[in-house]
Design a protein. Structure first.
Lengths: 427, 297
């Protein structure tokens, strides 16, 4: 018995030796074998997976048939949806804000580079420039508030909260009357049309001359609170009232050492559908506030705007026309000093003539009534290639004449791109 | 004093029954949803739709006049699956109407083309929640109508019987029509077609037609010349019988492909109101099936 056992053991060792040794000495061969085995294994697994998919498809189709034959009640449907949602694991991304990032990259050439900033409000030098990056975060805070943050990082790398506000249409105890919305935080003041836009939303690469002259390069953005009421009219009519800090360095002469004295703003906006495809917007705005510097005199600005938009309902991606006009008059310090009062206007036409292309023109006039440095006229043309709603390449030329100083020619090129959450498009 | 009292009474008495009979004001984002709500709600609802039937529902503009419509509505029905993501959030927010009941009709529908892997905008206008054109299958129409009835009943429980009855007639009518459509299309099952955009998946899956290619290689992005060359070659090789485009698509590209390949270009409505004669959900499929049968027989 023992002998038999020993013999078996010996036999087993020999077999193992015979099996192992060639594997060691013919390592390459063995590698091939194992690869073959792996491929066979993958093949088998794939077959199994395909069978499983087929089976699942069949089950799904059968379920679908049963749903259509005897459709579930919506309540059942809801529970099906709920069941299919992944189980919570403690940490969830579900309530993270929608995030989008926009980048503006450009190139510029000016016949008088020193004047670029004054004429365009852009920190552009001749050559390529990183213009700005904007980070937007949006989410519902709770059933009452919706928050929006826009952080801008400029060419120098300075970050700023460009806007950070909450809006509400409903508050506890119905504190907010029906048809009214509330806005709180730091935001672009609701003055006119152009002032509400971020750099990547500008219809042209640079802002209108008058907006720059009245509110400065950065526009009128202020901490404050605003109420907007929808009037019970047969057309869209909205009245906005905003109480603001009065921090604008241009209009209210605010500076870091001087305490802002507060400002208030009113806007009345009306929309008329001229047809299913054409709308007319008429708006009036007024802002007044005390200056921060000595004397705290009153500064004010009044504006009027008219916009006509046309977009065909059929093939609406192919053609569009926007004609926008805005006039702003301002008076700083409420004095008759010509250096502290003036006005300006712009009229712009944007025409989309095919799926990807836009052609645009704008006329700017600064100095009605005349400013202390006289009048400026600017003619701007722009052609844009817009491959999708997330990117645009724009080439712009402008020619400026001024009472003081010679004419300036300027060419700007800009690439705008947005990643992240799909933004809804303001009308 | 008495005279004034009588005068007031005269004003109040006729106003009271009128107020009770006031229909529920409903906004639907598309004309199809409006048609279904109208069919189920009957004269108990006043429905207004935002997108016209001949308009691409992806690209509606958030016009302030729509804000007003939503402001005055009691209920809003939408397609969901991010079809209206570019405009509806602004209308709802701008409406300042916290009592608005918003109903997304997509839950309950078996959604096609839900992305299973990671998605990016390099793939074009992909819908992360799946293909939203589900109303183009009448079987989904029934699911939607049932949901509409349930939601209307919640808002106006007193009218439940009416809604239930209307729902039944809608279902019966649609089921009779569906039988007819399926019979008409039965000989054409398996026919290979090419479509412009990915909006016919539900319809073709129901009718058993096989989509072998798209003019848009990426949804919502104009096709590249190389893709069009390949498509023309495939269509010629497989002798594709029809190229289908919706009636809001620019017909230039599909027309030139049809000319090159000798394929029939079939322009189909995607919604109620897409053509003047289409006034109900059933009539939408009457028109679509009629055109398909004519073109493919």
């Amino acid at each position: 018995m023992d002998l038999i056992r020993k013999g078996t053991l010996f036999y087993a060792i020999c077999c193992a030796w015979l099996l192992l040794v060639p594997q060691v000495s013919y390592a390459q061969l063995s590698e091939m074998e194992s690869l073959k085995a792996l491929v066979r294994d993958i093949g088998e697994r794939l077959q199994e997976a395909l069978k499983r998919i087929e089976q699942l498809e069949k089950e799904k189709a059968a379920n679908r048939e049963s749903v259509t034959a005897a459709p579930s009640t919506p309540a059942q449907a809801d529970s099906q949806v709920a069941q299919s949602a992944p189980p919570a694991k403690g940490i969830s991304n579900a309530f993270n804000p929608a995030i989008s990032v926009n980048g503006l990259f450009g190139g510029g050439y000016s016949s008088r580079p020193a004047m670029t900033r004054r004429l365009t409000g852009l920190d552009f030098q001749n050559g390529f420039n990183f213009q700005e990056a904007e980070f937007q975060f949006t989410a519902d805070v709770d059933p009452y508030w919706k928050a929006n943050f826009i952080l801008a990082v400029n060419r120098a790398g300075n970050a700023e909260i460009e806007e950070g506000y909450v809006t509400s249409e409903q508050l506890p105890y119905d504190l907010l009357p029906r048809d009214t919305s509330l806005k709180l935080g730091k935001f672009f003041a609701g003055f006119g049309k152009h002032n509400l836009l971020h750099a990547h939303q500008f219809p042209f690469i640079d802002p209108p001359l008058v907006n720059q002259a009245v509110f400065g390069d950065e526009g009128l953005k202020e901490p404050g609170v605003g109420l907007a009421y929808l009037l019970p009219t047969s057309w869209f009519s909205e009245i906005t009232f905003q109480g603001l800090a009065g921090e604008n360095d241009r209009l209210f002469r605010a500076s870091e050492d001087a305490k802002p004295r507060g400002a208030y703003l009113g806007r009345w906006k009306n929309f008329f559908d001229l047809s299913d495809e054409t709308t007319l917007e008429l708006g009036n705005s007024y802002i007044a506030g005390r200056n921060s510097d000595a004397g705290h005199r009153l500064s004010q600005a009044v504006g009027a705007d008219l916009t006509i938009k046309w977009r065909p309902l059929r093939q609406s991606m192919e053609k569009r026309l926007i004609w926008q006009n805005e006039y702003i008059f301002f008076q700083r310090d409420r004095s008759r000093d010509p250096s502290s009062r003036g006005g300006g206007l712009y009229s712009s036409l944007q025409y989309q003539f095919s799926r990807l292309w836009w052609l645009q023109g704008r006329y700017d006039l600064l100095g009605v009534p005349k400013l202390d440095d006289g009048r400026k006229h600017r003619w701007t043309t722009l052609v844009a290639l817009v491959p999708s709603e997330f990117s645009a390449l724009r080439l712009q030329h402008s020619y400026t004449t001024q009472d003081r100083g010679g004419p300036v020619n300027q060419v700007l090129l800009q690439l705008s791109f947005t990643i992240g959450s799909h933004p809804a498009h303001q009308y | 004093m008495r005279r004034i009292f009588h005068l007031l009474l005269c004003l109040v008495i006729p106003a009271a029954p009128l107020a009770a009979a006031e229909p529920i004001s409903v906004v639907a984002t598309t004309a199809d949803l409006a048609a279904i709500v109208k069919a189920v709600g009957g004269d108990r609802v006043a429905v207004e739709s935002i997108a016209k039937g001949y308009q691409d529902p992806h690209f509606v503009e958030a016009k302030p006049s729509y804000v007003r419509v939503v402001n005055r509505a009691r209920m809003l029905f939408n397609v969901g699956l991010e079809l209206e993501v570019g405009w509806l959030p602004l209308l709802i927010q701008g409406s300042r109407n916290p009592s608005l009941v918003v109903v997304d009709l997509s839950p309950g529908v078996s959604v096609l083309e839900k992305p299973s892997g990671p998605i990016s905008r390099a793939q074009g206008d992909v819908h992360p929640l799946g293909n939203p054109h589900y109303w183009l299958d009448p079987r989904n129409g029934v699911i939607m109508a049932r949901r509409v009835a349930q939601e209307l009943k919640t808002v106006a429980p007193g009218e439940s019987a009416t809604f239930e009855q209307n729902l039944k007639s809608f279902e019966n009518d649609l089921s009779a029509r569906r039988k007819r459509w399926e019979e008409q299309m039965a000989p054409l099952r398996g026919t290979e077609i090419v479509t412009y955009h990915k909006e016919w998946e539900y319809l073709m899956r129901w009718l058993g037609l096989s989509i072998i290619g798209y003019v848009e290689d990426k949804p919502g992005i104009p096709p590249s010349p190389r893709h069009l060359e390949e498509l023309v070659r495939t269509m010629q090789q497989r002798k594709v019988k029809a190229l289908i485009a919706s009636n809001y698509t620019n017909p230039n590209v599909p027309r030139s492909i049809a000319e090159k390949t000798g394929t029939k270009l079939l322009v189909l409505p995607t919604s109620v109101g897409g053509e003047e004669t289409i006034r109900s959900y059933g009539e939408l499929f009457d028109a679509i099936v009629g055109k398909l049968v004519n073109a493919l027989k």
